[in-house]
Design a protein around this ligand. Structure first.
Ligand code: PEP
Length: 252
């Protein structure tokens, strides 16, 4: 049985006090959410404070990115996976489409970051997904296959234990235009198939694949009913405790 994961990506939002306030408002609203793992990803500067204030809760902390270098060194502006773990993170989002689109991250770079995350004991939430033009050109599967093959090239089947995939069609992120549950299911089944060819059926059957792209309280349950959708990576609707809690509690 794959335990669902609902993760909130706060992107570049909220000062430290606002992050803490949202986290503390969320805490009691999801205290009984034993059906899924709950994760929030605050900005780097708020990560440690939020992690400390959530100690003892069922909410885990993700960073939104990490350095591709595992070791400390002369890498101005970077934060290593080890430092994120030290600050209280258990997970890290890697290869989000905004990083691929606006900061030029390639599949090879995503692979290095994923390896650095795994080496430091973090679980990597690796994002893949096609752009609108690619979908319209009938290339959604080939784009996602290339991202998976390039981004996971050197990983072993046992690495998959600490990897979560987020399928996020770029055309659905922050646009209010969600993939239908059927469209999402089709791509999730495809992702699982690609990974079963690359690794093993057992490893890919155990892998959690999250859907991301305009997930809201009113569409979460429909998406979560699909056989290969094991959770959600939520942007906008995770910024407010009540709406995020309503997504987390999709089963009520
Ligand atoms: C995201 O940024 O990962 C995301 C899915 O954003 P939104 O939910 O706002 O579409």
């Amino acid at each position: 049985m794959r335990k669902p994961v609902i993760a909130g990506n706060w992107k570049m939002h909220k000062l430290v006090a606002e992050s803490v306030a949202t986290a503390l408002a969320l805490r009691p609203l999801v205290a009984n959410a034993n059906h899924c793992e709950v994760i929030i990803a605050p900005v780097f500067t708020a990560l440690k404070t939020v992690a400390d204030r959530l100690e003892g809760s069922n909410i885990r902390i993700a960073a939104q990115d990490c350095a591709p270098e595992a070791k400390q060194g002369a890498h101005t502006g970077e934060v290593s996976a080890e430092m994120l773990r030290d600050a209280g993170a258990t997970h890290v989002i890697i290869g989000h489409s905004e990083r691929r689109q606006f900061y030029g991250e390639t599949d090879a770079f995503v692979l290095r970051k994923t390896q650095a995350a795994l080496q430091s004991g973090l679980t990597a939430i690796v994002c893949v997904g096609e752009m609108l033009e690619q979908r319209e050109a009938g290339m959604a599967e080939s784009v996602v296959r290339a991202q998976l093959e390039g981004g996971m090239r050197e990983l072993t089947p046992s690495d998959l234990d600490r990897i979560i995939i987020a399928y996020e069609p770029v055309w659905a992120i922050g646009t209010g235009r969600t993939a239908t549950p059927e469209q999402a299911q089709e791509m999730h089944a495809f992702v699982r198939r690609v990974l079963s060819e690359r690794f093993s059926t057992a490893a890919s059957d155990a892998l959690r694949i999250l859907y991301g792209g305009s997930v809201k309280p009113d569409n979460a349950a429909g998406l979560m009913k699909q056989a290969d959708i094991d959770g959600a990576l939520v942007g906008g609707a995770s910024l407010e405790a009540e709406s995020f809690a309503n997504i987390i509690n999709y089963n009520q």
